[in-house]
Design a protein around this ligand. Structure first.
Ligand SMILES: Cc1cc2nc3c(=O)[nH]c(=O)nc-3n(C[C@H](O)[C@H](O)[C@H](O)COP(=O)(O)OP(=O)(O)OC[C@H]3O[C@@H](n4cnc5c(N)ncnc54)[C@H](O)[C@@H]3O)c2cc1C
Length: 443
């Protein structure tokens, strides 16, 4: 949506871009902006796709962007506890490089990996492609330092604690409205000594989803586990002509990947294969899984070419329980197809599962259609229809893209009016002048 807006109309700019180098400077900026009524938008890697960085002034006279790129240090790595503290501005590749120099890895690989930052991951409850093995970013967080207009919070002093509600969770996913995350303490692991790959074909999405559920609920432990539906698999086949060495027609492609010590990787791989085969899967060997890993950050760049060629290409994502997954998928597909048909174009709606949990999974939709009229309005109508379908189905409005400005109107349905009041009360406590990221997250 952000890309579409930028292509279609002029872009609002902040009145200034500030590049603080440390927490004292951030505290000074927040104090000054609170006193002078200036809105502040924390800026990580700039990859938000939900309007999270829009320079909305709200009721303020000016808005500044607080670019956190200078907070780019690995502060420490405790090799015994396997914990590291990274600055909020460290990008995905730099995190892997800095940890890798000492033989460690974070294992957080969202598709925005190349640009997004540690602070941005924390602020949006990001989920990477290896989430089956290493968890979501919020699972990795052991502690946070947050500079708010009201003072500094240093949260998380032990691996786990019973000292009241976990305040780390309040700031994880706070999208810059409560404070500026400056440092994140994270669980890390040694660079894996062994990696195994295997791709699978399932006759249809329902069969594949049941197989993924079995793997997840039994807990056989893949690092990556994902499944494309028939439409997405079809596009893969059409663009590559084949899947690996196999001649496959139709069906649904699943990818598995295993990392760890050689013995542990081997045993998890063997157990997972047995479950997938027992649930109707046919092995396609290593190549398609290696090919997926090789190109896994590239697909978004296609959107520029598609837009230039007159196609609308957008994505949205959600999550629900396993028992509600098929209903949700149909409801969202129908909502998107109908809304785009009304604008005068057929639509290709593709879907995949890329994040799995014992009780449910995410659904990620990619939509391609012809551009008709005002394309931002055209997509907005489809996006609203899909979001209403998600909300009616009892699923979450976002599994990992976050709320930003675009999903804000569905937050009351998501957490209830009392939930919104709780967020407003926290905002009042930490940001009494309301300068931080107005127009985002909190309705
Ligand atoms: C091509 C593409 C693919 C993507 N794939 C994924 C994916 O696989 N998984 C996924 O989870 N997300 C994905 N995203 C969404 C996006 O990358 C994530 O939301 C990411 O976590 C944002 O990180 P960032 O550093 O770019 O933050 P930004 O985009 O700069 O900021 C995001 C929000 O967090 C706030 N913020 C940023 N840094 C801080 C800070 N230090 N303190 C307080 N607030 C802060 C901002 O104000 C903003 O509201 C994708 C985006 C794109 C463009």
């Amino acid at each position: 949506m952000d890309l579409l807006r930028r292509k279609q109309s002029h872009q609002d700019a902040p009145d200034a871009v500030l590049l603080p180098g440390n927490e004292d400077e951030i505290a000074t900026v927040l104090r000054y902006c609170s006193q002078h009524g200036i809105a502040v938008v924390p800026f990580g890697g700039g990859t938000s796709v939900v309007g999270g960085l829009d320079p909305i002034r709200g009721s303020f006279a000016a808005v500044v962007s607080l670019d956190l790129r200078r907070l780019n240090a690995l502060h420490w790595l405790d090799q015994i506890s396997m914990e590291a503290e990274l600055g909020a501005g460290v990008t995905g590749p730099d995190a892997e490089r800095l940890l890798g120099e000492q033989g460690f890895s974070l294992g957080h690989f969202p598709q925005s990996f190349r640009f997004a930052t540690i602070g941005g991951f924390a602020a949006t409850r990001s989920s990477g492609q290896d989430s089956a093995g290493y968890g979501r970013f919020n699972d990795m967080i052991r502690g946070l330092t947050v500079v708010t207009p009201a003072g500094v919070l240093d949260l998380g002093r032990a691996p786990e604690s019973a000292a009241g509600p976990d305040l780390r969770e309040l700031f994880t996913g706070s999208e810059g409205v409560f404070g500026v995350i400056t440092r994140v303490r994270l669980r890390v692991h040694p660079i894996p000594e062994s990696v195994r790959y295997e791709a699978w074909s399932f006759p249809d999405f329902a069969t594949g989803a049941t197989a993924l559920r079995a793997v997840t609920q039994i807990g056989t432990g893949p690092t990556v586990l994902r499944l494309s539906d028939e439409a997405e698999t079809g596009v893969n086949l059409a663009t590559t002509g084949r899947i690996g060495e196999q001649s496959v027609t139709g069906g649904c492609l699943a990818i598995t990947l295993f990392e760890g010590s050689a013995a542990h990787t081997e045993s998890r791989h063997a157990e997972t294969r047995a479950v997938l085969a027992a649930h109707g899967g046919t092995s396609l060997g290593e190549d398609p899984a290696r090919a997926w890993e090789h190109g896994r950050f590239d697909a978004p760049y296609l959107r520029d070419s598609l837009l230039a060629a007159g196609a609308l290409c957008e994505t949205l994502e959600t999550a629900t329980t396993w028992s509600n997954l098929a209903t949700l998928k149909s409801a969202v597909t129908e909502a998107l197809t109908s809304a785009l048909a009304e604008s005068g174009t057929p639509a290709l709606v593709m879907c995949h599962i890329s994040h799995v949990y014992p009780t449910g999974a995410s659904l990620y939709f990619t939509v391609v259609a012809g551009q008709r009229g005002d394309v931002t309005q055209q997509w907005m109508a489809a996006k609203v229809a899909a979001s209403e379908a998600i909300s009616r189905s009892g699923a979450t409005i976002t599994h990992h893209h976050a709320v930003g400005a675009d999903h804000r109107r569905w937050m009351t349905a998501e957490i209830g009016e009392l939930g919104v009041k709780v967020l407003q009360a926290v905002k009042q406590a930490v940001d009494p002048a309301g300068i931080l990221n107005p127009g985002k997250l909190i309705p």
